[in-house]
Design a protein around this ligand. Sequence first.
Ligand SMILES: Cc1cc2nc3c(=O)[nH]c(=O)nc-3n(C[C@H](O)[C@H](O)[C@H](O)COP(=O)(O)O)c2cc1C
Length: 184
Amino acid sequence: MIYPNGGGSTVRINALVGNPRPESRTHGLARTLAAEIAGVLPGATVSEVDLAVLGPRVLHPADPDACAAVAQVLDSDVLVIASPTYKASYSGLLKAFLDRFATGGLTGKSAVPILLGGLPSHHLAVDLHFAPLLLELGASVPARGLFVLESEVSGFGSFAARWADAHAAALVAGSAAPAERTSH
Ligand SMILES: Cc1cc2nc3c(=O)[nH]c(=O)nc-3n(C[C@H](O)[C@H](O)[C@H](O)COP(=O)(O)O)c2cc1C
């Protein structure tokens, strides 16, 4: 299904990758899902931030490339954020990068968390650890996170196409509406 672009504005999708190794399988998952989401949103653009390129520079407040990566993320409507599963959670590299953002700094954006892992018993880590981090940053997380086993990587393309078809509309709606708090 192709979703109409109600407001006529371009949806900017960014694939943010938190693997310390460049061009990882984790990167491939983020790139694939971002492309599939763009495929059902006419006119959508896709960009990428691979944190492996920055490495330890994510910790340097004034590093120009790290600052540019933050700006690129902020210039997005939909974030596909992928990490390898490390110690039943997301990578330290990804956390160090996201610590550059203010609390609520991703307000108005939709996010899709993806964890790639080797242990089926860690499948809940994406919703128990990763999604709450993105919510703390103010992002809307309209769908359950994706935990992908290493053995499932080869079949991810067809899964991603179906997932994008089912969830793209919710992602666009979420990026238009900042999350609300009902308690203080
Ligand atoms: C330091 C380290 C810790 C890991 N911890 C976990 C873990 O707790 N649970 C899990 O399912 N996989 C774990 N793995 C496996 C990685 O999640 C898996 O190899 C990775 O997602 C592969 O992604 P890549 O090919 O993009 O590097 C760990 C791997 C490393 C190197």
